[in-house]
Design a protein around this ligand. Sequence first.
Ligand code: NAD
Length: 248
Amino acid sequence: MKRTLFITGASSGIGAACARLGASPETHLLLHYGRNEAGVQEVADVARTRGAEVTLLQADVGDPAAIRQMGLDASEAADPKLPLHLVNNAGIVDQKASLADLTPERLQRMFAVNVIGAILVAQQAVALMRRQNRGGAIVNVSSAAARLGSANQFMDYAASKGAIDTFTLGLADELAPEGIRVNAVRPGLIGTEIHAKGGDPDRADRLASGVPLGRVGTAEEVAETILWLLSDKAGYVTRTLVDVAGGR
Ligand code: NAD
């Protein structure tokens, strides 16, 4: 069935893997990026070679006005006859820190991007789903950190993902009467650029031996789970938090 697949943070990592694996002649991809235009262009090129139509959308998801504008741009680009699927994926981590080092500025940015940004992106996407009245599905990208807590490392990040888990439960309840399914994935240690961005490029490899499956996961493994949750094969799955964490 034809659909629009809206992915935030599609220029790298898990978002890019969702775009590559979700690309087909049956898919119109709305690929959002923040600053990495070269990255998203590369992903778009691959998607087009797989037959997908691609529209790029730029926004800082820490900026509510930019998200509103992105919603307008998405509304212009999306075919109202198609169902809309959202991968609510853009997110940040910060340098390793303990409680005493969590500054108000850091906390504000973490929650502005990971929580407020994700909620406002979902708000825009749901408005589009309602306009189309053709149904839809949402996968929020949380983290295993939401249940691990990330003491002495990224407690702020973990708390922001805890908020995403709770948001997923509430939104699933709110949208179930409209037939819109809402789930979250909670990736564990996945080999993407996010660890380098948090100042610790070797983090995932260093911690891999502590994962029951004994290795780091791939962005593609997370993307496959996300795409399954969005698909009709998961038609009876909503309000669920799926761990993709190698048993961790
Ligand atoms: P990544 O850094 O490659 O991807 C994050 C994406 O979000 C990037 O495309 C980035 O440009 C975008 N982004 C971040 N801040 C933004 C902003 N303010 N405005 C617009 N775009 C912004 O890393 P990833 O690992 O692919 O992360 C994707 C999601 O997976 C994140 O939500 C992350 O928290 C989550 N996650 C990752 C891991 C892991 O180990 N890699 C584990 C658990 C959860």
